[in-house]
Every structure is written in C-alpha cells, then in structure tokens.
Design a protein around this ligand. Structure first.
Ligand code: CA2
Length: 151
C-alpha cells in the first residue's frame, strides 16, 4: 500500500485562526499543515496537504488521489460534509483508507451538522479534538498503511 496520504480541506478552512477561534481553535491552516508534516515524517508517511473552496475542486483532488493510487485520504470537507453527494460518490471510488476529520464536535452543534455524507464511506471519523484530530488521523493511517509501525 502506498505511503502517500492526501489531506483535503474544504471551504472556509483557509480562515482558521483569523475568525471564530472559540469554535475552531487559534491555529491557522498553515500551522495545522506544519504539524501534519512533522507527524507524517515521524511516521514514514508522505502527505499532500490542500485546501479548496469549491466542491468540484475537492472532487478533482479525490480523482487525483485515485489516479496516483494514494494509500489514504484524510478529509475535512467542512460544510460540504453535510451536503455533498458528489464528494461522497468520488470517495466511494477510492480504494485506500479514508478518515473524516472535524475540528469541532459537530454532534454537539446545530442539527444540520449531525448528518455527514462522508461518514458512510469513511473507515473512521474524528471530531471535536481540534488540530490534534489531524495528527491522530495520520497515526491511524500509518498503522493501516505501513506494516510494523508503532504509533
Ligand atoms: O469542525 C469542523 O472541522 C467543520 O468541518 C468546520 C466547517 C463546518 O461547516 C463543519 O460543520 C465542521 C466550517 C469550516 C469553516 O471554518 C471557519 C474558520 C474560521 C472562520 C470561519 C469559518
């Protein structure tokens, strides 16, 4: 299994650290990317970290993960989590490991955030642990993609 993991971030996550720190934390997306790079290096994973505001752009990123035969996708689809059949369908076509991540605990928030179109096609879901959720997702990836790794 390839050790390449795409980390895909959806709309408005580029605003992290600049607005709503009480909900999403004080770190910027660049800070989270930096932490992911350190964790990935330690675990022997390669990462491709991206943020897109468009639904179609996220679908195209998933197609790229399919065509490069990446081992895994960590995805925070942001608001598209709750609406996007297109992202659901694209993820269904991916053969590797899929982990859904949310910074906030979506289940403790508004009703419309309780439904996810990503969860039915994900191997695992992490919510409410802030930026640490991304690092935990990478650890789970490593234990699934790399044999004999201690995480
Ligand atoms: O908790 C998460 O990670 C979410 O995926 C974040 C999405 C939200 O729609 C999901 O329900 C849960 C929102 C991302 C927008 O992030 C912002 C950050 C700062 C300021 C405004 C938006």
């Amino acid at each position: 299994m390839s050790n390449l993991v795409y980390i895909l971030n959806g709309p408005n996550l580029n605003l992290l650290g600049k607005r709503e720190p009480e909900t999403y934390g004080a770190l910027t997306l660049a800070d989270i990317e930096c932490r992911c790079r350190e964790t990935a290096t330690m675990l022997g994973l390669r990462i491709d970290f991206r943020q897109k505001n468009g639904e179609g752009e996220l679908v195209e990123d998933i197609h790229e993960a399919i065509s490069t035969a990446a081992g895994g996708i960590v995805i925070n689809a942001a608001a598209y989590t709750h609406t996007s059949i297109a992202i659901h369908d694209a993820l269904r076509a991916f053969d590797g490991v899929i982990i859904e991540v949310h910074l906030s605990n979506v289940h403790a928030r508004e009703e419309f955030r309780h439904r996810s179109f990503i969860s039915p096609v994900a191997d695992g879901v992490i919510a409410g642990l802030g930026a640490e959720g991304y690092e935990l997702a990478l650890r789970a990836m490593a234990s699934r993609l790399i044999e004999h790794v201690e995480v």
